[in-house]
Design a protein around this ligand. Structure first.
Ligand code: 3IO
Length: 345
């Protein structure tokens, strides 16, 4: 009798455990999947703000089954070894900026060209749609969880830049196509990832930088760079990538949550960035009395004319790699027009 009772009890427990595992209620499965997410800049900056938002959404939408441990500030992987590190599995997920490894991302470089994006929202959605449509080889070894781009780049400098003469030989920090932009305008680009910029500015190695304006606040660059010349040049493209084996091992319901978040996260990040640029400018005016320099429209047009060779250069390089370059560019302009109509310029 006692033996049978034990058997029934054990069978009941086994059935209960099996049922709980099957219905997957939050209290059973909490934290059963742990993922690491590496990021290269400090926690207060936009790439990390979007990382924390993604983490919160994934944890919420999987009822806590997935737990994401974030590593801002290059504590797990840095700006230049992010892609390789994720591929090797040193982190499960990583956020990278394509501009830091010229030549490694020949397709998505298209988003960096001087095509006249005026917002991060539009640039991010265009970049995402192009990635989805063409599935470029450069990301074949990873699972792409989202992409986004910064707001357009402007010159932030210790000395006023009101003309091309002021720009001549001026050492400015940039990366990727942004460095080529500076080159073509007669400045002296100094290429380095964003996290190295504070020290370069402090030591005077550079006199300013070409990037999106939210960094005035987030890195306190407004303290050094009291002059901001509005140029609305290129944007910097980013990708959040996941180790392919780790992705393959995820259960379907978790995969679905992450797939549903890909475009949504691009849009969220774009809108956060555009809003934050405004806050950063207001803050910088209030705290440091920065000067905003507007270049007369005709003159700025002439500056931008000098940048068109970058587009032809990309077309040639891309075509050699089998990328339908003209088609991709046409698609980019069409998507840009569509999203500008939807979200504003
Ligand atoms: C960027 C990179 C890290 C943190 C904040 C940032 N804002 C704009 C960028 C773009 C970029 O990578 C760069 O190098 O200008």
């Amino acid at each position: 009798m006692r033996g049978k009772g034990l058997l029934v009890a054990m069978a009941t427990i086994a059935a209960l455990v099996g049922w709980l595992a099957f219905v997957n209620p939050p209290w059973v499965a909490a934290g059963s999947i742990k993922l690491t997410y590496a990021n290269f800049p400090p926690a207060s900056t936009f790439p990390c703000v979007q990382m924390e938002r993604w983490k919160a959404e994934v944890e919420k939408r999987t009822n806590g089954k997935v737990q994401v441990q974030t590593f801002p500030g290059g504590t797990l992987l840095g700006a230049k070894n992010m892609f390789d590190g994720v591929k090797r599995g040193q982190a499960d997920i990583g956020n990278l900026c394509m501009s830091y490894q010229p030549g490694v991302f020949p397709f998505t470089t298209v988003a960096e060209l001087p095509v006249g994006f005026t917002s991060s929202t539009v640039a991010s959605l265009v970049l995402w749609d192009l990635y989805e449509k063409y599935r470029p080889k450069e990301f074949a070894d990873v699972k792409v969880l989202t992409m986004f781009a910064t707001a357009p780049s402007n010159i932030m400098s210790k000395v006023p830049v009101r003309s091309l003469k002021d720009l001549k030989g001026l050492e400015l920090r940039a990366s990727g196509i942004a460095s080529r932009v500076l080159d073509l305008l007669g400045a002296t680009p100094v290429s380095m990832p964003m996290p190295e910029t504070p020290e370069a500015l402090q030591k005077g190695v550079v006199k300013g930088l070409l990037s999106s304006l939210e960094v005035l606040k987030d890195f306190n660059f407004a303290e050094y760079c009291r002059y901001e010349t509005i140029t609305n040049f290129q944007v910097y493209p980013f990708a959040v990538v996941m180790n392919k084996q780790r992705w393959a091992a995820l259960p379907d319901d978790v995969k679905k949550v992450m797939e549903d978040l890909r475009r949504e996260q691009a849009l969220w990040t774009g809108q956060y960035m555009d809003q934050h640029v405004k806050e950063s400018l207001a803050w910088s005016k209030e705290k440091y009395g920065i000067e905003i320099i507007q270049i007369p429209e005709e003159e700025l047009k002439a500056w931008k004319q000098k940048l068109t060779p970058l587009i032809d250069e990309w077309k040639q390089k891309a075509a050699k790699l089998g990328i339908p370059a003209q088609q991709v560019l046409d698609e980019l302009y069409a998507l840009k027009a569509k999203y500008e109509a939807q979200y504003g310029k």
